[in-house]
Design a binder for this molecule. Structure first.
Ligand SMILES: Cc1ncc(COP(=O)(O)O)c(C=O)c1O
Length: 402
């Protein structure tokens, strides 16, 4: 049945999507037609989940952990994650501060449902993970985008955009340090400025730290660790990237117990509980042998180095070297001018068809902001090997030079 006479609910018109999945579908069609595709478009991983995690999950399943479990997660995992995040953030956390979720993504909508009333205003990064805007608008909020600008060695948050939009209805700030898609990472001074802004305007903050452990040097820093911030912050934690578990679907909301309680109540209504037996795998991930996540970071770093070096050799392309995430957000304004390509879509389609290199553009991460001048695309290197990076970017360079 392809035609339905039933009207779709009005609220669905406000629901967005993750258009990177559409790029994947397009690349798959191109590949099915017999072409080679170099997949830089999606932040999924081609690396295996560490064996000790797989084994612990199987063991739990064989041991009868196939029924429902508590709505906020098994106590041992809540405890272990509270200890892990507490130690890395310098915070005193216990199991009541943790709600286990089926992925990090559900934390976004649940945070908004727990703290935003219809008509409230929410700051969110643009370019940014597209689900923020979708969930804000779906639940009747007003989405206020703030952007990033090029600094000396990475992107920096555009504070003017934040300050310019402040209004008495502003309630929430969504903040993604170690940022998708730009790879931006806040300096201590920037973090202090954001914290001061959140405190001045009495905002609740979602600290999306999906890439906290995906880092190559230095140490991740959290907005939630700054004075007076923990009481107003919910941290989005995910097992997806650190442990190459994107398809397992496991994450957590970490924050003040009363908010975590509300999120657990939303769990009861949405999915009852997260997948039971894999929580034992995640527990092993947090408390067992750490060579798996170390190997993942080592492989990703090798890819980052090759990718950055080759992208910067392409005429008209310039790219920072982020110390965290597995994304690069090169400026391609000159490349587009050089090739006479006026639109992002034209650039992306032409590159795919003439070189097989597949990537997302800035527009997959939100509508362009009014004063935006430069053009950017996103390269994810989490799902492509070094030899294929070399081959693909070699073709892209030859195409750019032609
Ligand atoms: C910034 C950001 N937040 C959250 C997520 C959600 O990841 P998951 O639902 O797999 O935990 C992603 C995934 O790509 C992301 O990039």
């Amino acid at each position: 049945m392809t035609v339905s006479p039933l009207p779709i609910a009005e609220r669905i018109s406000r629901l967005g999507t993750e258009t990177a999945f559409a790029v994947s579908a397009e690349a798959a069609v191109w590949q099915a037609q017999g072409h080679t595709v170099y997949p830089f478009h999606i932040g999924d991983m081609d690396l295996p989940t560490p064996e000790n995690i797989v084994e612990a999950s199987f063991r739990a399943l064989r041991d009868g952990k196939n029924g429902y479990c508590p709505n906020a997660g098994i106590p041992a995992l809540r405890e272990a994650l509270a200890a892990d995040v507490g130690a890395s953030h310098g915070l005193e956390l216990g199991p009541l501060n943790v709600a286990i979720e089926p992925g990090g993504k559900p934390v976004i909508g649940k945070f908004i449902l727990a703290l935003m009333n219809p008509g409230d205003e929410v700051f969110y990064p643009n370019p940014g993970y597209p689900i923020y805007e979708s969930q804000i608008e779906f639940h009747g909020g007003k989405a206020l985008p703030y952007g990033y600008v090029e600094g000396s060695d990475n992107f920096e948050l555009d504070f003017d955009a934040l300050e310019a939009q402040v209004s008495p209805r502003a309630r929430l700030l969504i903040f993604n340090n170690l940022q998708n898609p730009t790879g931006a990472e806040s300096s201590p001074a920037e973090l202090e400025r954001v914290a001061e802004f959140a405190l001045r305007h009495d905002l609740a903050v979602l600290c999306d730290e999906a890439y906290w452990d995906t880092r190559y040097s230095g140490q991740s820093r959290s907005l939630a660790s700054l004075p007076d911030m923990a009481a107003r912050s919910v941290i989005l934690y995910t097992f997806s990237k650190k442990f190459a578990m994107t398809g397992w679907r496991l994450g957590a909301a970490v924050g003040p117990a009363p908010i975590v309680d509300v999120i657990a109540k939303l769990n009861v209504n949405d999915e009852s509980c997260s997948n039971h037996f894999i929580q034992y795998g995640a527990l092993e991930g947090l408390t067992g042998d750490q060579s798996g996540p170390r190997d993942i970071v080592r492989v990703l770093k090798e890819r980052r180095d090759v990718c950055v070096s080759l992208l910067n050799q392409i005429p008209g392309v310039s790219c920072f070297t982020p110390e965290a995430t597995f994304y690069l957000f090169p400026n391609v304004s000159e490349l587009m001018a050089r090739k006479g390509l006026a639109s992002y879509d034209h650039l992306r389609r032409t590159a795919l068809e003439e070189t097989g290199v597949s990537f997302c553009t800035r527009l997959h991460f939100g509508r362009a902001l009014p004063d935006e001048k430069d053009a950017y695309v996103r390269f994810a290197y989490s799902g492509i090997t070094v030899p294929l990076i070399e081959e693909g970017l070699g073709k892209l360079k030859a195409w750019a030079e032609a």
